[in-house]
Design a protein around this ligand. Structure first.
Ligand SMILES: Nc1ncnc2c1ncn2[C@@H]1O[C@H](COP(=O)(O)OP(=O)(O)OP(=O)(O)O)[C@@H](O)[C@H]1O
Length: 269
């Protein structure tokens, strides 16, 4: 595990998590999906969220993305209080996410899909785009270049002209990741990044995610213990909507409450 920021030479700001959310309670009618849950994502760390089925992982992910509202959570960005995230503000706030369903536009090529993710770098307004003014043309070229770079970084630039439906699932997952990364986020939220991947693709994904933590904080929700244990610096374990443990992979693997929660799950499957 890498040294967390905060040692000699760090700026004081790096003593805080990049993103911290506390007091997350979500109720769906009579069902409490999350009760007073906290999550802190540190710069340059990969933070895993795990837990048995129905523990509240997706709900927590959705709160972090602003898809689901929690009851008055406290949110901090580099230690400063900020309003809870809202989906349309994520890119502007330095947050990107990939979803289980990938969410690629079927009618757009791979390159065009990734260009959508780079939208925040456009500087020209609607009118100059409409009339093809020079600034808008330069903008378009810059956004296209960024998108091509993002595809190259993920080794999928060869399918830039293809439509998502024509590509194998692991490639589509990379495209979805490229679309998230092209916005150059400080915080990347990954929902089930390993779902549907075979062993080899999962190994490559693990290396990729580890590499990303040089540039950003990563939060990932996933069922695959191998991936979570090998890739994450810190892990939050949920069970029945509550945090039952937080710590490094070794601490988590040895935590009796975590073992009990997962054994309980096996007993019910
Ligand atoms: N929109 C909703 N309306 C009602 N109940 C919901 C809703 N979303 C989630 N729940 C319930 O909230 C609880 C937590 O669900 P959530 O999907 O967050 O768990 P999870 O840990 O992601 O589960 P899984 O591993 O099975 O995906 C579950 O009991 C689920 O049935």
């Amino acid at each position: 595990m890498r040294q967390r920021s905060g040692g000699s030479g760090d700026t004081p700001r790096e003593r805080h998590p990049l993103f911290q959310i506390d007091g997350v309670t979500v109720r769906f009618g009579g069902l409490t999906a999350l009760e007073d849950v906290s999550l802190a994502a540190w710069p340059h760390e990969v933070h895993g969220v795990i837990g048995p089925n129905g523990a509240g992982k997706t709900t927590l992910f959705n709160v972090c993305c602003g898809f689901t509202a929690a009851e008055s959570p406290s949110v901090r960005w580099r230690g400063d209080p900020v309003p809870p995230p809202r989906p349309h503000e994520l890119a502007a706030r330095g947050i990107a996410r990939t979803l289980q369903g990938l969410g690629l536009f079927r009618g757009l090529t791979v390159l065009e899909n990734v260009m959508v993710g780079a939208d925040r770098f456009r500087r020209s307004g609607f009118a100059s785009a409409l009339f093809g003014l020079p600034r808008s043309v330069a903008d378009e070229r810059a956004v296209r270049n960024r998108a091509q770079r993002a595809l190259r970084d993920l080794d999928v630039d060869g399918c830039a002209a293809a439509y998502p439906d024509s590509l194998p699932y692991p490639i589509r997952k990379r495209v979805a990741l490229a679309r998230a990364l092209v916005s150059e986020p400080e915080l990347l939220l990954l929902d089930e990044p390993a779902s549907g991947l075979g062993h080899d693709d999962m190994g490559e994904l693990g290396e990729l995610v580890r590499g990303l933590s040089d540039r950003m904080a990563v939060v990932l929700v996933d069922h695959h213990m191998d991936l979570v244990m090998s890739v994450c610096d810190r892990i939050t374990v949920l069970d029945f909507g509550r945090v039952i443990a937080t710590g490094g992979p070794d601490e988590i693997a040895a935590n009796p409450a975590v073992v009990r929660a997962y054994l309980g799950e096996e007993a019910h499957t």
